[in-house]
Ligand binder design. Structure first.
Ligand SMILES: NC(=O)C1=CN([C@@H]2O[C@H](COP(=O)(O)OP(=O)(O)OC[C@H]3O[C@@H](n4cnc5c(N)ncnc54)[C@H](OP(=O)(O)O)[C@@H]3O)[C@@H](O)[C@H]2O)C=CC1
Ligand SMILES: O=C(O)[C@@H]1CCC=N1
Length: 267
């Protein structure tokens, strides 16, 4: 089987790996992993049956496809460390690092052509309900693109995306789970205000959000038409909606997206 390497063993690397292991798409023994601290990647590798290796270079030496799952500030030094081996091994590099373009990665790697795939997943890949954007560089073969796409499709949905739209995707797909968790927590907290337990209120809010998201994905109606369908004339829902808008609900969402895009473009 193709060996898949991970440089970085944090939240996103683990979400992807756990998603694959849950479906059996990738065998644990085919995943190599290294990160900054042995006490971080070691126990995780042992718990899941992955192959821990001693350095980033060793990940590249042993894996055909290498996922870069480090923070943007660390990426430059990691690329400098592995660039020689990447050229020798003709590795496929898959970067999930936000705010760093394929051209910027290629620049650090130097003149030799490297197969690069830029992705932007979200944490819900861990439960195979993620959405991941993909953009390959011209050197990436169709075969490798589709191999990676197939791997990522088991984690939810994927969508090819022009690189110019990655910052927008970060807001709508990558960071948005946090926005939705925040919304659910706020709804649940309001339930606590009126006497529900936090656990009960969170379950109610989360189920309502999940059902609403599924409804939007299958319905022939637009979200606005669905809002109208819930809003009985003179009823409770329209009273709640108008109060939300008075507090600037839509503006707050758009501002969150603006701020996320601005931050991504500053990395
Ligand atoms: N979290 C999310 O929801 C999403 C994150 N991303 C992107 O994924 C990337 C990783 O994010 P996330 O997992 O949240 O971050 P974390 O902080 O959870 O993980 C970062 C990982 O990088 C490792 N690391 C640091 N320095 C090195 C090094 N020199 N060599 C090897 N590994 C190193 C850390 O090691 P150690 O554990 O040993 O300290 C850690 O495992 C980021 O670029 C982010 O933009 C993309 C989409 C969604
Ligand atoms: O917060 C971040 O920078 C990363 C990118 C998308 C989700 N988390």
């Amino acid at each position: 089987m193709v060996k898949i390497g991970f440089i970085g063993a944090g939240n996103m690397a683990r979400a992807i790996i756990n998603g694959w292991l849950a479906t059996g798409k990738v065998a644990a023994a085919d995943i190599l992993i290294h990160s900054a601290h042995r006490q971080s990647y070691g126990p995780y590798a042992e718990e899941k049956g992955l192959v821990p290796v001693e350095s980033n270079k060793e990940v590249v030496e042993q894996a055909e496809i290498v996922f870069l799952a480090v923070k943007p500030l660390v990426l430059g030094s990691v690329l400098a460390e592995i660039k020689q081996d990447v050229q020798t091994k003709k590795s496929v590099l898959v970067s999930m690092v936000s705010g760093v373009s394929l051209a910027e990665i290629q620049e650090v790697l130097g003149n030799g052509k490297v197969e690069l795939l830029r992705i932007m997943p979200n944490v819900n890949v861990e439960i195979n309900e993620g959405i991941t954007a993909l953009a390959g560089n011209p050197t990436l073969t169709d075969e490798h693109y589709h191999f990676c796409e197939d791997l990522l499709n088991t984690l939810g949905k994927t969508t090819p995306l022009a690189e110019k739209d990655f910052s927008t995707f970060v807001a709508l797909g990558g960071s948005s789970p946090a926005f939705v968790y925040f919304f659910i927590d706020s709804l649940a907290r309001a339930g606590v205000k009126y006497g529900l337990t936090k656990k009960q209120a969170t379950e109610i809010a989360a189920q309502a959000v999940m059902g609403s998201a599924k409804k939007i994905l299958v319905a022939s109606k637009t979200p606005w038409e669905l809002v109208d369908a819930v809003s009985s004339p003179g009823g409770t829902t329209v009273a709640g909606l108008l109060a939300m808008e008075e507090a600037g609900f839509m503006t707050s969402i758009v501002k969150a997206v603006d701020a996320t895009i601005a931050k991504d473009q500053k990395k």
